[in-house]
Design a protein around this ligand. Structure first.
Ligand code: ADP
Ligand code: MG
Length: 392
């Protein structure tokens, strides 16, 4: 059918034509926003965790959008791994703090925020950033200017959230790929979130990341478990998956024959990214208004090939030969976690020797450690992809 009309456009963080299966999370966040209007305090932030391609970034964006519409102070950052990533993330945070506040110009919070603005200028130094915020007039010296990240961030969050409370709104810090946040910043942010809960500041961290994120949070701070509402984001159920495919198609005056739909559903296995990929390919493969099972068969082949050459291949290409051997050994366990000891056994090497390979694969974002002594692919279906690859 007309490719120009194809409603499906799979991509990281791209809003799907039909967002399905996330009502519980959306309701929980809407409630948080609603309660901020009446200055109800004591709510927790939220942490979304799950594999790649399940829809965490999209959901985080939906939340941020909702908060913005309700005149919240909204700051969005994506954490990046490594030393360079740490610098980049901190610089982004400093810049976003300034921009986020400026976006509220003309909103009820604007006048209350004026006094906190000096702190925004000052925080840049403790985040290791120079040259930001020269434009901000320092009315209120002595706030967030100690040069210690923990003290400064705490003061700044206090000033900003008290200003937001006066405006009957909240301050949301949205952090994507939160598992990659550097440990110092993570710890400081958790302490500030903790303090906010105790003091009734409407400051909420809303994080998204890989399944190891909740573990990282409680490792950093023992009270981390109680700071957030944790939601695991994963496959959507069959009804939701059907809607994700069928509704965008029917809105354009076409439809999926029942057997066509079931072929696509079983190929996508409830994973949001896969639903979008097979949705796109079935639109490409179809020629009639009622899309047949034959069209769907072609679409499954096309979609799988798209995934193999994109989503999976991108990760496979990043791996060296030694790393691929490691991934192949993991793939014997399918998409379930592997024991690092067993992998070592399969490869006839010691776990210590393999530790370097493992941490390089983690740094490349291909695998993560769900818990000590085990390792798992970050993307669903990676084991099947590896099985489809010939030896190289
Ligand atoms: N609830 C959903 N329903 C349908 N499609 C979704 C949903 N959430 C995400 N998607 C689609 O899945 C893909 C991956 O979403 P993304 O948010 O980038 O995942 P993640 O951040 O978990 O890796 C995108 O193409 C997006 O449009
Ligand atoms: Mg994402």
């Amino acid at each position: 059918m007309d490719p120009a009309l194809n409603p499906f456009n799979p991509g990281s963080g791209v809003r799907p034509p039909e967002l399905v299966g996330r009502d519980g999370e959306i309701d929980a966040f809407d409630l948080l926003v609603a309660r901020s209007k009446s200055n109800t305090v004591g709510d927790r932030g939220m942490v979304l965790s799950g594999l790649r391609g399940v829809g965490k970034t999209v959901l985080l964006n939906v939340f941020a959008e909702h908060a913005r519409r309700n005149d919240w102070l909204v700051i969005q950052v994506e954490a990046q791994p490594g030393e360079a990533g740490k610098k980049a993330t901190r610089a982004k945070l400093a810049r976003e703090l300034e921009l986020g506040a400026r976006r509220l110009r003309g909103k009820p919070a604007w006048s209350f925020l004026q006094d906190a603005m000096a702190g925004i200028g000052n925080i840049s130094a403790s985040l290791g950033v120079t040259g930001v915020s020269a434009s901000i007039t320092t009315k209120h010296q002595g706030r967030a200017d100690s040069g210690n990240l923990d003290i400064d961030l705490e003061e700044l969050v206090e000033d900003l959230s008290l200003a937001m409370r006066k405006a009957r709104a909240g301050f949301g810090l949205f952090i994507d790929e939160m598992q990659d946040l550097d440990e110092e910043l993570l710890t400081v942010l958790l302490s500030v979130q903790h303090l906010a809960g105790q003091r009734g500041w409407p400051f909420y961290i809303i994080g998204a990341g890989l399944p190891n994120l909740p573990g990282k949070i409680s490792e950093a701070r023992t009270y981390g478990e109680r700071l957030f509402l944790y939601r695991t984001i994963g496959q959507v159920n069959e009804e939701a998956a059907s809607e994700a495919l069928a509704l965008p198609i029917s809105r354009l005056g076409a439809s999926l024959a029942p057997d066509a739909l079931s072929l696509l559903l079983s190929a996508a296995n409830g994973y949001p990214f896969f639903l979008q990929v097979y949705g796109r390919s079935v639109w490409e493969a179809a020629s009639e208004k009622v899309i047949s099972a034959e069209d769907a068969q072609v679409a499954v082949r096309l979609g799988t090939s798209d995934l193999d050459h994109g989503f999976f291949e991108a990760r496979w290409q990043r791996a060296t030969n030694a790393e691929r051997l490691y991934l192949r050994a993991m793939a014997q366990d399918g998409d379930s976690p592997s024991s690092t000891g067993e992998i070592a056994g399969r490869l006839g090497k010691s776990t210590t020797k393999l530790a370097v390979i493992r941490s390089r694969l983690i740094a490349k974002g291909v695998v993560y450690a769900p818990e000590y002594g085990s390792i798992q692919f970050t993307v669903p279906g990676m084991a099947g992809f590896i099985a489809r690859q010939g030896e190289d």
